[in-house]
Design a protein around this ligand. Structure first.
Ligand code: LUB
Length: 214
């Protein structure tokens, strides 16, 4: 079982406080519908190719209803990216509850990320928006660092219990896994719409961990 793993680097910056009061159930539902439609469109057409009118049309609301929740397209994109990163602590908690070894936890976590990148529209949109971050004129969460920090913590525990060779460098392996995952999901997306992501990730993960496991 991994020690209690803290997740640094996924700090979600405070969302704009001009957001409307979301206590009403209807407002919460509407906001979620707008986020879902925007995620589809950002994935299909990118940030620049998506207009707030496109979002309104996709969700079947007026542009005013969309602007009520998100005053600008930039803030809508920021909310989608933040929702992308919010997936990972939730996934981690579900896996830590299984009381696996640190290396098993690491591999199951990344397999869960594979599933999310393959099938979760918010995760897919967040990945594309991060690649287009230079076009989005609001601060976005820093990419990659959350995963690298978390994997470093898990792999340090794995080495401590003998699942990694004593001479393995957990931070270096974490950087390789993060970069490898980013690259594999990007290539799979461009070539196959992520249809072969699980196979390609198993290959990459095996090559990386094969060099450092006991
Ligand atoms: C991950 C992406 C795509 C890193 O952490 C991130 O920001 C990531 C989007 O930017 O891959 C590897 C898990």
């Amino acid at each position: 079982m991994a020690d209690k793993i803290t997740v640094a680097g996924w700090a979600v910056t405070s969302t704009d406080d001009r957001l409307p009061d979301l206590r009403q159930e209807r407002a919460i539902q509407t906001r979620a519908q707008v986020m879902s439609a925007a995620s589809q469109l950002f994935t299909e057409k990118g940030f620049s190719g998506t207009s707030m009118q496109d979002v309104a049309r996709r969700v079947g609301m007026t542009k005013g209803a969309v602007y009520f929740h998100f005053p600008t397209k930039e803030l809508l994109a920021k909310a989608v990216v933040e929702a992308h990163y919010a997936r990972w602590p939730e996934l981690l908690d579900s896996i830590l509850a299984l009381n696996l070894t640190p290396l098993q936890t690491t591999m199951k976590l990344l397999d869960g990320a594979v599933e999310a990148f393959h099938s979760d529209p918010v995760v897919q949109a967040g990945a594309r928006l991060q690649q287009e971050r230079s076009l989005i004129n609001v601060p976005l969460p820093q990419p990659y660092v959350g995963w690298t920090n978390l994997l470093t913590n898990l792999l340090t525990s794995a080495r401590a219990v003998g699942e990694l060779r004593p001479d393995a460098d957990p931070a270096a392996v974490a950087r390789a896994l993060t970069s490898g995952f980013f690259g594999v999901q990007h290539v799979s997306d461009v070539l196959n719409s992520r249809a072969d992501l699980a196979e390609r990730w198993n290959e990459m993960c095996g090559l990386i961990l094969g060099t450092v496991t006991a």
